[in-house]
Design a protein around this ligand. Sequence first.
Ligand SMILES: [Zn+2]
Length: 122
Amino acid sequence: MKKNMKIAQSFAHVKTDMAQLYTHFQEMHARVAELEENNLRLVSAMSVMGEVVMANQRRQLSSKKVVRKVSFKKRIVASKTGTKVHTESCAYAKNIKAFKKVDFASIAAAKKVGFKACKCLK
Ligand SMILES: [Zn+2]
């Protein structure tokens, strides 16, 4: 009889332990679900941030292009003995000897003194 009581008691202990474990599991499950939700939120926030960063980079790139277009002015050169004005990077311009090279502020300025615009300026 005493032995049975002990067995019953230990079963009862096991039962409460199981119940505690079960609630513990449920809590953990809830916590995991919560973490998963947080994770999802973080991932979507990160992708949104990624898109924002990409958009910013794209904007910066395009604004850089605009700045370059605005600030970059082609150097216009001609040979004192030649008839045409060129950009500095033109193959013809590269052949002009330094002592023969003249700079112009604009194509119009060069045309005013009788030069014609090379293909590279069109
Ligand atoms: Zn040229």
